[in-house]
Design a protein around this ligand. Structure first.
Ligand SMILES: Cc1cc2nc3c(=O)[nH]c(=O)nc-3n(C[C@H](O)[C@H](O)[C@H](O)COP(=O)(O)OP(=O)(O)OC[C@H]3O[C@@H](n4cnc5c(N)ncnc54)[C@H](O)[C@@H]3O)c2cc1C
Length: 312
């Protein structure tokens, strides 16, 4: 039996691994896609303390190398469920079950779709949720970005360096993003703002992909068409928590201050839980706290006591 199973290899999960290993726990981290989580798909970060500017892949590589140097075992498995038993927890994966004393859910989040007609059908054919993954395909072309928060503005800044023009479509008349990001975006001369506007339909076909957007100004109800071949949607995130049945709010796992979920012995950390801020710094803080609570749980009389070391 493991001491701790960590679900997710993003900043929260890797940090939990570092803290848990330093306490001598027998841990396995399960990751379904690739280590790094959302940060691996982020162009640059300017708000990670200690680094004025670092690329997302470079930052998570440092996290991974650090965790692996302490002996973190990473297995590429997708978790499909969690069952609480008397004195243990079973983690179900696509390739077998794992028995453990504690679990940290650090499964993060993924982009929330816009919900416009045509979006699903044209996903991967002009509709994208990742500028660093797909921006290159639109080199020298005009594209649209939908959204007005930090991620939308960050990704618009990145795309403005690659494409000929960015049309930023936002349903309000001002951006929600932090001021430093807004200032950077405003310096770009190939970004045009389309305020008070929603995308009614993403139009195109199987052969040509996206051909245009049907837009509507929500203040004067005027409809318009924007001819572009790429649209990047950044309208929020959705927690990846379908595999766990516990108390949630809008899909995000509810925890108390100690990051305990409604299942005893199961903790949640990072973007997958209810929180006021979802960033690398908060995910890392959560990972550390969740691991320290898992250690405390194991050492308390609530968890199954650890026999004389039996690491496997
Ligand atoms: C485009 C973009 C730009 C960003 N820019 C910044 C920035 O500049 N600064 C900043 O601080 N933050 C930024 N963020 C936010 C930051 O990336 C997240 O807050 C952070 O990655 C959350 O870490 P996490 O470990 O909680 O989750 P994630 O990074 O989402 O990692 C979760 C991991 O869990 C895995 N997983 C999910 N389900 C399962 C399962 N069932 N079984 C096994 N594994 C599973 C996933 O594959 C993933 O690897 C940005 C995010 C995006 C999308």
């Amino acid at each position: 039996m493991k001491d701790l199973v960590i679900i997710g290899g993003g900043p929260a999960g890797l940090t939990a691994g570092i803290y848990g290993l330093r306490a001598g726990l027998d841990i396995v981290l399960l990751e379904s896609i690739g280590v790094g989580g959302q940060v691996a798909q982020t162009d640059e970060l300017e708000n990670w303390p200690g680094e004025q500017l670092i690329t997302g892949p470079d930052l998570v590589k440092k996290f991974e190398d650090h965790a692996v140097s302490f002996g973190l075992k990473i297995e590429f498995k997708e978790v499909s469920g969690i069952t609480k038993n008397q004195g243990s927890i079973t983690v179900h994966t696509d390739s077998g079950d794992i028995e453990t004393r504690t679990v940290i859910v650090a499964s993060g989040a993924k982009p929330r779709p816009l919900g416009a007609p045509g979006e699903k059908e044209l996903s991967g054919k002009g509709v994208s949720y990742c500028a660093t993954c797909d921006g290159f395909f639109y080199r020298g072309k005009e594209i649209a970005v939908i959204g007005g928060g930090d991620t939308a503005v960050k990704e618009a800044i990145y795309l403005s360096k690659v494409v000929s023009k960015v049309h930023l479509i936002h349903r309000r008349d001002s951006l929600r993003a932090e001021k430093a990001l807004q200032d950077k975006l405003n310096e770009k001369d190939n970004v045009e703002f389309i305020w008070d506007t929603v995308c009614e339909e993403i139009c195109g076909n199987d052969t040509d992909g996206v051909t245009h957007l049907r837009l509507k100004n929500i203040k004067n109800n005027q409809e318009s068409q924007l001819d572009i071949t790429g649209v990047f949607v950044f309208v929020g995130i959705r927690a990846i928590t379908d595999f766990i049945e516990c108390e949630k709010e809008w899909g995000f796992i509810k925890t108390n201050d100690l990051l305990e979920t409604s299942i005893e012995g199961v903790f949640a950390a990072g973007d997958c839980r209810v929180s006021h801020l979802r960033q690398v710094a908060t995910a890392v803080g959560d990972g550390a706290l969740a691991a320290s609570q898992a250690i405390e749980y194991i050492n308390s009389d609530k968890g199954t006591p650890i026999p004389e070391r039996e690491h496997s």
